[in-house]
Design a protein. Structure first.
Length: 283
């Protein structure tokens, strides 16, 4: 075994040539920015058992990507996602026994966990319908942009289910506040794009013609920045939910010390001193 294979870098691989079966995958020329496009526009891009599982596996595997540094998640045809497919998911679920139902809900939850744990920042670009599990995908992303026409609804109570789905009762209140989250999860009503921006769910609103380019621009700025450090920021945003102040401060001290030991930190100083832009390499 070579020295390279003995290092973690030996486990990394490029994802530019990844070929999914149940959605579209487009990567920038330099391999740094990837776009995932849910692609069933005739049905408003619903999810199926297979697309859930493939998305889960992709986000898990992206921890080992040698190229991808930021991800845009969007939908085709003027809508983000209508959630779980009524006939390909919901109808079969009505005929399943408890062990199968629990296997399904754990699998969908694993998709959210994979999105939160993958080191790359995920930016959702939301237009039109963003409902049910589609709203969860937006919620689980790190940043969210939308059009003024976007309608976001956590519809689970509309089909007789709890609003407690895929982490919604834990994550959504941290984004928009307990009272607003309770309203959306109890009623299933649509949150308008204006409300979503005012409440902090959406980081910005853009015209439909500009939405994806703005999302890619934001992803590019992150991909060309200190992307190792961005991964550390994402990790700490997740880990500190369950910490007290002492644990928070100590964990951030350790995280920042790790970043200070990177060559990127040295490169940034040298670039500042030379009055030029740093070129981050993630080491």
């Amino acid at each position: 075994m070579s020295d390279r294979d003995m290092t973690m870098k030996g486990h990394l691989k490029p994802f530019k040539g990844y070929k999914p079966e149940h959605f579209l995958w487009d990567v920038s020329e330099d391999g740094r920015v990837a776009t995932i496009r849910l692609n069933r526009p005739e049905r408003k891009n619903p999810l199926t058992f297979d697309s859930y599982a493939e998305l889960r596996d992709l986000f898990r595997d992206l921890a080992y990507a040698s190229d991808i540094r930021a991800i845009v998640l969007t939908g085709a045809g003027g809508n983000f996602s209508s959630g779980g497919d009524v006939f390909e998911i919901i109808e079969p679920l009505t005929r399943m026994a408890m062990p199968e139902l629990l296997a399904f809900t754990r699998m969908t939850g694993d998709l959210v966990k994979a999105m939160r744990k993958c080191p790359q920042p995920i930016i959702s670009a939301v237009d039109g319908i963003c409902a049910g599990a589609g709203a969860i995908l937006a919620m689980a992303s790190d940043l969210r942009l939308a059009t003024p026409e976007a309608k976001t609804a956590f519809l689970f109570t509309r089909v007789g289910l709890a609003g407690a789905d895929m982490g919604a009762c834990g994550i959504l209140p941290r984004i928009i506040g307990q009272g607003r989250a309770a309203e959306l999860l109890f009623t299933g009503r649509s949150m308008t794009a204006t409300e979503g921006q005012a409440w902090g769910f959406y980081n910005g609103l853009h015209a439909g013609a500009d939405l994806e380019s703005e999302a890619v621009k934001l992803a590019r700025s992150l991909a060309d920045g200190p992307w190792f450090a961005h991964g550390m920021t994402k990790t700490m945003l997740n880990q500190e939910w369950a910490m007290g102040i002492d644990e928070m401060i100590e964990s951030e001290a350790q995280a920042q010390a790790i970043c200070m030991a990177t060559q990127d930190f040295r490169r940034a100083f040298e670039a500042f001193a030379a009055k030029r832009r740093p070129e981050f390499q993630g080491d």
